[in-house]
Design a protein. Structure first.
Lengths: 358, 299
């Protein structure tokens, strides 16, 4: 009844081709943005801002990056965290060596560095695909972390390997409180998400999808394989690099190689799977799901413990978390291989008919 | 650079490579029979080793513990077939791969939930000391344990080869590996075969777990050796048992040699990524690995 596009006529091509062609969608997105930009900073407390919402946005950005590569261009990567690490460390170095530069510029330059690394490690994708490529990207994961730990220039010869991130300063304003950091992250994520959305419905995005669906056929119809695959790696790594810089600066507050281990790569891959392969909305949903799941499990465990009058050892909890996590992945793959985004879509279809059956 | 030292490094590398091969073998078995790239093999190794060591520590006889662990692994294999693979039949390979990543988490969590997460020592009764004869006569230090592990791996490969080549089930396995549908058409029970393959992979995981456990202790780090088996796989090719062995030897030897002779120049610790880069460089020349099947692609 509410969600129905009947009566919305398009009279111009521009109106027909806009990102959200249905008015209700536009209203919903606008409302969401208002909540995110105005409501959340006003009403959310420190814990929510710094421990849940900021990491959620950052991980959503990384997920988006991986989704461009895996979901749209069809190249499986297990080296996401390495690209993030490149972003974080290059941002650190830019901020260290060019302190007058606004931090956002450092982040973007760091993203470009990550893109360059991504392109280098994307080169094998021209020859190999599938599992072989997945393993090849693991090489990136290990090599990059090793290089960051061994080459003194990256860490500015820090003895401990854990560096405190510099303050984020843009034109004299320092982003320090959780709300500041949240707003900065939100702005970056929002802009990059809009760019991604538009890129993926442009020629570039369609090329990616052609390569994903069948690369030989794509080549036959004249899509340049090298250009397209490397572009996918580059753009994806750019997103991951920026996410990595934000992860270090706006969330952790430290720049350290250990934060970007293989585990993070897997977590981001799971966000892609659970959220929905090849969906921007799905990237956000997947990130929200994986960020909230441990918190949810802990919250549920409390009352259960209370009810049974026992205390679960913390080791047990973390193992249970692992099991639930893994089981959920399998469950999602079996029940809904297209993830939460697909469920959302089905929900919308249902909503169009509601409350009438036909 | 003296030659004794070189031989020492080379042989220890080769023997370490055999240990990688043991893990890679589990991957190959499952990939051959079902086309699933089983990322959970490392977790299976960990699960098997932890189960075994916990049983022994609770006072169970060595051989009974082996049998019980084997039974557990068979049950795990069948459960995986029933709960994970069967609902995912006909899905793209990448989906199955991701499902096994999920499986990794479940197995790791389950193992530690059941047996606790503290590291255990594992004693197989073979001391990790240099072979006296070689040390005396040629001045080369090669661990007795490594040689023993090599022999076990050799026996395992030979056993598997016989199993694959001569037994009825082995032939059925090869048929399934060649073509699922054709195998079904001639009356091979696919589900049963998959359960058997996963059980055999569980057995291989147990052997690998015992070897690695005795070497490094049974602890969570055991799951990472699966990652070391991956370059072995891409070097040797996913479909080839021989490839797993040869790849393992190459990776083991080259990583040790690189660490010793190349490491000092670049700051050491290159063991973590050298195998991958080696395998990667190799893939650029031959994308299907040493013994992998050449893909023919059509539009």
């Amino acid at each position: 009844m509410l969600y129905r596009e009947a009566g919305q006529f398009k009279t111009t091509y521009a109106a027909d081709q806009q990102v959200f062609p249905i008015r209700q969608d536009r209203i919903a997105v606008a409302a969401l943005l208002v909540v995110a930009f105005v409501g959340v900073p006003l009403f959310a407390n420190q814990y929510w801002l710094s421990a849940i919402l900021t990491p959620f946005l950052i991980l959503a950005l990384a997920t988006l990056g991986l989704n461009i590569l895996t979901g749209y261009a069809g190249q499986l990567s297990l080296g996401t965290a390495a690209f993030m690490a490149v972003g974080a460390f290059m941002a650190y170095n830019f901020a260290l060596r060019l302190p007058w530069m606004p931090i956002l510029v450092s982040f973007m330059l760091a993203g470009l560095c990550a893109a360059a690394v991504g392109i280098v490690f994307g080169l094998p994708s021209l020859r190999i695909k599938g599992f072989y490529l997945a393993v090849a990207t693991l090489a990136c994961q290990f090599f990059v972390l090793w290089a960051l730990q061994r080459v003194g220039w990256f860490t500015n010869d820090s003895a401990s390997g854990v560096i405190t991130a510099q303050k984020m300063v843009i034109l004299g304003y320092t982003f320090e409180s959780p709300a500041d950091k949240y707003m900065l992250t939100l702005c970056v994520v929002a802009v990059l998400a809009v760019l991604a959305k538009n890129m993926l419905r442009s020629e570039t995005g369609r090329k990616f999808m052609a390569v994903r669906d069948m690369d030989i056929a794509a080549e036959v119809i004249g899509i340049r394989m090298m250009q397209t695959k490397l572009l996918a790696f580059g753009i994806s790594s750019f997103y991951c690099g920026v996410a990595g810089a934000l992860y270090a600066y706006a969330y952790l507050g430290t720049v350290e190689p250990e934060a970007f281990n293989l585990d993070l790569s897997f977590r981001i891959l799971f966000m892609v799977i659970i959220g929905g392969v090849g969906s921007i909305l799905g990237s956000f949903m997947g990130a929200a799901f994986i960020v909230l799941l441990p918190i949810f499990l802990n919250t549920v465990a409390g009352p259960i413990e209370h009810l049974l009058g026992i205390t679960l050892p913390s080791g047990l909890m973390s193992n249970l978390e692992l099991i639930v996590f893994g089981a959920l992945i399998i469950f999602f793959l079996i029940v809904e291989p297209h993830g939460l985004a697909r469920l959302w879509q089905i929900g919308k279809e249902k909503l169009r008919l509601w409350p009438f059956p036909h | 650079m003296n030659w004794q030292f070189f031989v020492e490094v080379l042989v220890s590398g080769l023997l370490a490579g055999i240990m990688y091969s043991l893990v890679a073998l589990g991957f190959v078995l499952i990939y051959k029979a079902s086309g699933v790239f089983n990322f959970a093999q490392g977790a299976m190794v960990f699960f098997a080793a932890l189960t075994f060591v916990s049983l022994v520590e609770r006072g169970m006889n060595f051989w009974i513990a082996v049998v019980v662990t084997l039974a557990v692994m068979v049950v795990v294999g069948i459960a995986i077939e029933r709960l994970v693979l069967r609902p995912l039949v006909n899905q793209p390979q990448i989906t199955l791969f991701m499902a096994t990543i999920g499986l990794t988490f479940v197995l790791e969590g389950l193992a530690q939930l059941l047996w606790g997460s503290q590291p255990h020592g594992l004693e197989l009764g073979i001391p990790d000391v240099p072979i006296q004869w070689l040390a005396d006569n040629a001045n080369i230090n090669i661990s007795q344990f490594d040689v023993f592990a090599g022999l076990i791996a050799g026996a395992l490969v030979a056993g598997l080869a016989v199993f694959f080549q001569t037994t009825r089930i082995g032939r059925a396995l090869r048929a399934v590996a060649d073509d699922h549908q054709a195998a079904l058409a001639v009356g091979i029970p696919l589900r049963q075969i998959w359960a058997i393959v996963w059980a055999v992979a569980g057995f291989v995981a147990l052997v690998a777990g015992l070897m690695w456990g005795a070497r490094n202790g049974v602890q969570f780090a055991l799951t990472f050796i699966a990652l070391k088996a991956l370059p072995v796989l891409i070097l040797g090719g996913f479909e080839s048992v021989a490839g797993a062995i040869v790849g393992g030897l190459i990776i083991g030897a080259s990583e040790k040699l690189a660490e010793v002779y190349l490491g000092p120049y670049v700051g050491g610790g290159i063991e973590s990524w050298f195998p991958y880069v080696l395998a990667l460089a190799f893939l650029l020349i031959r994308p299907e690995g040493l013994f992998g099947e050449r893909r023919i692609e059509r539009v």
